[in-house]
Design a protein around this ligand. Structure first.
Ligand code: V47
Length: 385
């Protein structure tokens, strides 16, 4: 992406006029918003777009994380979660263990399983297919959102298969959608310095392109607040917007705030709450073709996540249960939220909570049993919002 220095420089008024007319923002506009000290105006514009689409509602889901393995052949400098092959503490769960963890939630039915982990040296497509089959055999309704594009690209590389073949095999075994992880920052400069060797930006985008073509929807993320520049953030958003124009397969964009602990990156602080709000608001305004912007409470912290609901975000993710990627990196947020807690957070922020499934359809559930994560039976079929 080339950010042009030609034409009139953007200002808040010219951007506000474009938002008013429903006109697409340019990369230069996004760069202006990211550098502006008038965070209130940036937020007001993003909130306008957010409310035009979603009114006062804020969605959340009832989910659980399972990390099938923490063993990884790559050495991303920001990652606190991985173990090297052969290192103490490395694990690879069995299909039986995966099912056991889901069973452990009986009486508290989630609608989604979020399963991501490391790029394991020996686990192949068959291993993941066996996990999905075992889970679907006992929990056919549970949506499996699993494997980042980086993991898919790794499986394709070691199996000498194409992305399409890998994705098709996994879809047949029960894979329902892809999470947005592994995108980091697309710019080669940043990738070379932080996560060289793993899937390139082009490969990450191609995996999602192929997935969308196969009817597998997905999410997109961006890891910000470390060594990236504002231009590199805009480049990242631009490439996502282009792919979404082409496929329409992305459900949500999730800006991920960098967490600095227990990793190899020599940066001692993550982004401030104000910076996170600015990135979220700019994303909402620039990614006009993404339906949802998620304020992932685990990494933002509960207070900033609440504020983000007025800076462009319309979703908080879920009850989460058993997340390790952020908590190993020093996140001080709770390990899980109960349904009552997540709804109270949303209500306290002045928004209306709405339970959704992974595809953002409304889920109806009995509300008299909501003190533990995910309690209450979901209605048989989620209804469209
Ligand atoms: O790809 C790793 C990031 C991602 C750190 O799709 C870090 O619904 C900050 O993608 N500080 C995994 N970030 C998490 C992820 C995700 C989370 C929630 C919802 C969805 C979704 C996806 O976490 C990794 C990487 O970009 N990450 N280490 C760190 N120290």
């Amino acid at each position: 992406m080339v950010i042009s220095a030609q034409g009139q420089s953007p200002c808040m008024e010219s951007i506000a006029a474009k938002v008013e007319r429903g006109e697409r923002l340019s990369p230069e506009d996004a760069l202006f918003l990211l550098g502006s000290s008038d965070l209130v105006s940036v937020g007001r514009l993003a909130n306008r777009v957010r409310e035009e689409r979603w009114g006062n509602r804020c969605s959340y889901n009832i989910n659980r994380h399972i990390h099938p393995t923490n063993v990884c052949v790559f050495r991303c400098t920001f990652c606190s979660f991985y173990r090297k092959p052969g290192q103490d503490g490395g694990y690879l769960i069995t299909p039986e263990e995966a099912v056991e963890r889901v069973r452990g939630m009986e009486g508290t039915p989630p609608t989604e399983l979020h399963m991501v982990g490391g790029c394991h040296p020996t686990a192949r497509v068959d291993y993941y297919a066996s996990l999905y089959r075992a889970i679907k055999a006992e929990f056919p309704e549970l949506h499996i959102k699993s494997l980042t594009a980086v993991e898919i690209a790794w499986l394709a590389r070691v199996s000498k298969k194409g992305f399409r073949e890998v994705l098709l095999e996994l879809k047949q075994a029960g894979l329902d959608s892809l999470p947005g992880g592994g995108a980091e920052i697309f710019a080669k400069r940043v990738r070379d310095l932080t996560c060289g060797g793993k899937a390139t930006a082009e490969e990450w985008l191609e995996v999602h392109r192929v997935a969308h073509g196969l009817g597998i929807p997905s999410n997109a993320t961006m890891l910000y607040g470390h060594i990236e520049t504002n231009e590199e953030i805009v480049d990242h958003l631009f490439r996502l917007r282009e792919l979404q124009d082409e496929t329409g397969g992305f459900l949500t964009f999730i800006p991920l705030a960098y967490h600095p602990e227990n990793n190899a990156m020599e940066i001692s602080e993550g982004p401030s709450g104000m910076r996170s709000l600015q990135v979220i608001a700019t994303s909402r305004l620039f990614l006009d073709n993404f339906p949802h912007i998620k304020a992932y409470w685990v990494m933002l912290g509960l207070e900033t996540a609440q504020m983000a609901l007025w800076w462009g975000a319309d979703d908080l993710d879920g009850t989460v249960v058993d997340e390790h990627i952020y908590h190993d990196a020093g996140a001080t947020t709770p390990e899980a939220l109960t349904v009552s807690q997540i709804r109270a957070l949303i209500e306290e922020a002045g928004r209306e909570p709405m339970e959704r499934d992974t595809l953002y359809r409304r889920v109806e559930r009995r509300r008299d049993l909501t003190s533990t994560p995910g309690v209450g039976s979901p209605s048989s079929t989620p209804t469209a919002p």
